[in-house]
Design a protein. Structure first.
Length: 460
């Protein structure tokens, strides 16, 4: 059995322990080095189906799609041939779910299979977490909440399972139930002495505070400042480490404490002394997202942001952008919101009217949109259309290589189209707080999710 008390097809207790350690590594957002225990599990029992699925999960998340493909195709072939007759129902469902995500590019289909697993085995918080990720990829808060509700409804013990309350609070927040999300996060924090810290719980409360409005800005700042000493680059996955710091830096931007925001950028979001950290696409997204906020018209921090755009773009090459040889990078187009933010970065760094890098990237995105539209997953064509349209709108709004006489009309038209696309922004994935960059492109500076209508009177 694994740590959830669920059966595994293996005779190796060490393999079962390694499987459970992988759950812990993912749920706790430990560094990728801790995730490598999935490979340990396959070395201990190369035939264990769940060990192979988790090794595929690890490979896919670190950008090694070919290894993920090989592992999942091997498992799927065994299911198809009848060689998996001794596997558990859950193990077969895991193969199907990860095949939908990693092989078919169908996060919606993956989610539906994971939901089946959690309905039958509500103690499976790993399936809940991956369901959360599918909901984020799809930008669908209702799915994020629905899958965690299955797990929460089955909990009868005190203290509750570790990591549940962070996911529960985040699910409520993604449904717009901000006060309930705050209350659930505080309930979770009350169990910290028994269960240990959960950085995702800090993250969930940050979200809950943010969308309760500007009156909560100081309380949100106070909370994150009190918790940030727990966010360690050596103990957290690069995504959550930088993302929690991004939340704090964002509040400083909206508070117009720009020096503090830049200090976090240089020391936490894009620390050049830690090149391995900078290879993670989600680290790149956090850094670029903050630069967009600093660069928003009305904040006037272009002199701080522009040199940093160039540094991050250079760091993306060969990872989420094509390398110097023009070949597709291993994590390219793995995050649609990152792709759109990269459009903004190319606009910010173009010099002398040289739009070639921007236009080449737009070409890459157009080709990816065509591939997406051919997918079999639910809403694939609609997601592809929204992705391509948002990219073009951002380019039109921010590119600097067009005749100045026509610029106001072009920007006005792009702003109108982007505003009309707002119901489909979620197709890019991520959270609403991350997607607020698009709101700023349309409305100007945002504070706690709403346009900062009085910034001139307050700050000038």
């Amino acid at each position: 059995e694994d740590s959830f008390g669920l059966s595994l097809t293996t005779a190796s207790s060490k393999c079962a322990a390694a499987v459970s350690s992988y759950y812990e590594a993912v749920l706790a957002y430990k560094p990728f080095s801790a995730w490598a225990v999935a490979d340990d599990a396959t070395s201990l029992d190369a035939r264990c189906p769940l060990a192979r699925v988790l090794a595929a999960d690890f490979a896919f998340c670190k950008g090694d799609a070919s290894r993920a493909k090989a592992l999942l195709e091997e498992c799927a072939a065994e299911v198809a041939s009848g060689a998996a007759a001794t596997w558990t129902w859950r193990e077969e469902r895991y193969v199907k779910a990860w095949s939908r995500w990693c092989l078919e590019g169908d996060p919606s289909g993956c989610y539906e299979v994971l939901k089946e697993v959690v309905e039958k085995h509500p103690q499976d918080l790993f399936a809940v977490k991956r369901g959360h990720i599918m909901g984020l990829i799809l930008g669908d808060g209702s799915r994020i909440m629905s899958i965690v509700e299955c797990a929460a409804a089955a909990v009868k013990c005190t203290p509750p399972p570790r990591f549940l309350y962070g996911m529960w609070s985040f699910g409520l927040e993604q449904q717009g139930k901000y006060e309930e999300a705050e209350a659930k996060a505080r309930e979770g924090l009350a169990f910290e002495k028994d269960l240990g810290p959960d950085a995702w719980l800090d993250h969930s409360l940050a979200h809950a505070f943010y969308f309760q409005g500007e009156d909560m800005l100081d309380e949100a700042l106070e909370f994150l400042e009190s918790r940030c000493s727990n966010w360690s680059a050596t103990e957290l996955h690069p995504f959550l480490y930088t993302h929690n710091w991004w939340h704090l830096a964002l509040l400083y931007v909206e508070k117009r404490s720009f020096d503090k925001a830049i200090q976090i950028f240089d020391e936490r979001l894009w620390p050049e002394k830690d090149p391995d950290l900078l290879k993670d696409p989600q680290v790149q997204l956090n850094a670029l997202n903050l630069l967009w906020r600093l660069d928003t018209e009305g904040r006037g921090q272009i002199e701080l942001s522009r040199p940093r755009w160039k540094k991050v773009l250079a760091g993306c090459a060969g990872i989420s952008l094509p390398g110097s040889d023009g070949a597709k990078a291993p994590c390219q187009h793995g995050d649609l919101l990152l792709d759109v933010v990269l459009v903004r970065a190319f606009c910010a760094t173009s010099t002398g009217g040289n739009a070639k890098p921007l236009d080449e990237w737009l070409g890459c995105m157009a080709a990816h949109a065509e591939d997406m539209a051919k997918g079999s997953g639910e809403g694939a064509a609609e997601r592809a259309e929204a992705y391509a349209a948002c990219a073009l709108c951002v380019a039109e709004l921010f590119r600097g290589d067009m005749p100045e006489a026509a610029l106001p009309a072009r920007q006005a038209a792009a702003r109108t189209e982007l505003r009309e696309l707002k119901p489909r922004w979620a197709s890019l994935g991520g959270s609403e707080e991350q997607r607020n960059i698009l709101e700023e492109a349309v409305e100007g500076p945002i504070v706690c999710g709403a346009p900062e209508m009085n910034f001139t009177a307050i700050f000038r």
